[in-house]
Design a protein around this ligand. Structure first.
Ligand SMILES: Cc1cc2nc3c(=O)[nH]c(=O)nc-3n(C[C@H](O)[C@H](O)[C@H](O)COP(=O)(O)OP(=O)(O)OC[C@H]3O[C@@H](n4cnc5c(N)ncnc54)[C@H](O)[C@@H]3O)c2cc1C
Length: 565
């Protein structure tokens, strides 16, 4: 943790509130009780506000937190903290508070291939999941333990530099301090009080989320599945073996499909249509409100003025699709607190915080916008750009910025942008792939299918799949059902496209009545692994008009062979 210099806290202006003793007030601390002065008023006891309050109170500042809610409830907010945000929590000395809130390590996420991929920061931190209301309670309790005075049920009605007017139990109070920190979230009053122009970047997408209980899942990995065709994302972040936060992101701003009776069932259907295995939702139960939000970026430049600083969502909201809001809020808490602790002149301190905030918020949003632009644009040209970039990423993974691991330290230079899009490499001219195949001849389809698989020619493979095909797979991780050729093709890509030392050991086919029986065994190496793996798959296919319309597949899994010498 950074060093603290309590001596820099000159006495603040008086707090003119009568000292509330409502039962909603977290037990008054010894430092504040009986005093009528404070250094810092924090409006809002969310993650950003209470992390700042705890840090400043630990450093010896007299802190007053005004929080509207007497008890926190599920507001459908972030419950996945990116690895770089875990580093921020550690630097703030708040990781034990996350543990107290029941935080769970989620070291891997599976994409379309359904194969979990590890996600850690260069420091080795894995993402954390938790209940947002539980985390808010724990952080606010930490602030109170550190000596902050926390008033719950305090609705702030007006704010200005160094001053807040708030109501508790119908009575109005005015509090003043050296600095007012606006941490009052998405619809911030403090943001309006600052009077700066609000910047908005419209995403034309909607993010719906709900807490799902009653599950029976492996809590060591979640899902984050991008579906470019649907222009959306489906995700599932386990908090335990039974409870997960689930999100579906769709195009447009129509929340009605997820509203009212049947909204939860339609939500689950949308998530499974985008590729989350239906099995993951077996026994699913709605455990909280289903909320929908437009996925905009909304921010103000330089979110501070003398006597007033904004942090967290109050300062700027980044598109929640990419899950960076909590990490940003924790960084705000750290950067602002460090500046206040280091600098006697708090007006200078908030100015330096705000300038730095502009830089790191812009860096995070820039990368999010590259990703959104590339993944969610439609049309043939967008498809070509996407394929081109993805091909290059698979050869050179460093082209893809590690936003979850590095946050704003990821490279956002023009060169990095060009490398992300692959603009530094000429696009391959796509020759149309034509697969000659007698209609109705399932043997020819089997032959072409195995050849395409061996050549890992996924364009040719796609030609053999019926657009509305249904695939059932029995894998070591469970049974899965996919509808449409896209998810099936993506699954084969996920398995075989980005592996090294790929070598076919055998393939064969036969006919069983009206079913085509195919079998293949491959040897390969996962990138970064020293040893080889072998995999065998057996499939029964129904072929109609030269395309596979039903595929039932049994898989051995990627079995490790002996370690390479
Ligand atoms: C659907 C969705 C999914 C998300 N998913 C993720 C994710 O996976 N990962 C991630 O990192 N981020 C995610 N985010 C973003 C993340 O939730 C926010 O960035 C974060 O919660 C902001 O914290 P905050 O403390 O700034 O604001 P808030 O959490 O909104 O806290 C503000 C507090 O201020 C209080 N308050 C407001 N007005 C007043 C008032 N007038 N008087 C007194 N008190 C007041 C409120 O009661 C509240 O407690 C998501 C957001 C949404 C909407």
């Amino acid at each position: 943790m950074f060093s603290t210099r309590p001596s820099s806290f000159a006495p603040g202006r008086p707090v003119r509130s009568s000292h509330e003793t409502a039962s909603s007030e977290i037990a008054g601390d010894e430092k504040m009780s009986g005093q009528d002065r404070c250094d810092l008023i924090v409006v809002g006891g969310g993650v950003a506000g209470s992390a700042t309050a705890a840090t400043m109170a630990r450093a010896g500042a007299r802190v007053l937190v005004l929080e509207r809610d007497t008890a926190f409830r599920d507001r459908v907010r972030g419950e996945w903290l990116a690895p770089w945000g875990v580093g921020e929590a550690r630097r703030l000395g708040l990781l034990d508070t996350f543990a107290r809130a029941g935080a769970h390590e989620l070291p891997a996420l599976a994409g379309r291939s359904l194969k979990p991929r590890s996600s850690r920061s260069p420091e080795g931190d894995a993402p954390l999941t938790f209940s947002h209301p539980a985390l808010q309670e724990a952080l606010l309790a930490s602030a109170a333990e550190a000596g902050a005075r926390v008033v719950r049920g305090a609705k702030v009605t007006s704010v200005g530099p160094r001053e807040a007017v708030y109501a508790t139990n119908g009575a109005s109070h005015t509090a003043t301090a050296r600095l007012l920190v606006g941490a009052d979230g998405r619809s911030s009053l403090a943001r309006k009080a600052l009077g700066k122009e609000e910047r908005v970047h419209r995403a034309a997408r909607l993010l719906a989320g709900v807490l799902v209980g009653g599950l029976s899942i492996d809590p060591s990995f979640g899902y984050f599945i991008l579906d470019e065709e649907a222009g959306g994302v489906a995700s599932l972040f386990p908090q335990s073996a039974e409870v997960s936060r689930a999100y579906v992101m769709v195009e447009g701003n129509d929340a009605s499909p997820f509203a009212g009776k049947g909204g939860f069932e339609r939500f689950i259907a949308a998530a499974t249509a985008m590729g989350v295995p239906a099995e993951a939702f077996a026994g699913a139960r709605q455990d909280g409100p289903l909320g929908s939000f437009v996925a905009d970026d909304i921010w103000i430049e330089t979110p501070a003025a003398p006597g007033l600083a904004l942090i967290g969502d109050a300062a700027g909201i980044s598109d929640p699709t990419w899950g960076m809001g909590l990490a940003l809020g924790l960084r705000d808490a750290r950067v602002l607190s460090q500046a206040l602790i280091a600098e006697r002149d708090w007006d200078a301190a908030v100015a330096s915080y705000a300038a730095e905030r502009d830089r790191y918020f812009a860096a995070v949003v820039a990368i999010e916008n590259w990703e959104s632009d590339l993944y969610f644009a439609h049309g043939a040209e967008a498809d070509r750009r996407r394929k081109h970039a993805m091909r290059l990423w698979s050869k050179e993974p460093g082209r893809y910025p590690d936003l979850p691991g590095l946050g704003p330290l990821a490279d956002t230079s023009e060169e990095a942008r060009r490398r992300f899009y692959g603009e530094d490499v000429p696009m391959e001219v796509e020759a149309p792939v034509v697969v000659a195949m007698p209609a109705g001849d399932s043997r020819a389809v089997g032959q072409a299918f195995r050849e395409a698989l061996v050549a890992r020619d996924f364009e040719a493979l796609e030609q053999l799949l019926g657009p509305r095909m249904r695939t059932r797979m029995l894998l070591p991780t469970g049974a899965y059902e996919l509808s449409g050729s896209g998810p099936t093709l993506d699954t084969f890509r996920g398995w075989f496209e980005h592996v090294d030392d790929f070598a076919p050991l055998s393939t064969s086919q036969d006919e069983v009545g009206d079913r085509l029986k195919m079998s293949w065994r491959f040897e390969l190496r996962w990138p970064g692994e020293l040893f080889l793996r072998v995999i065998e798959q057996n499939a029964y296919a129904k072929v109609v008009d030269g395309r596979i319309v039903v595929l039932d597949l049994l898989c051995s899994g990627f079995r490790p062979l002996e370690a390479a010498a």
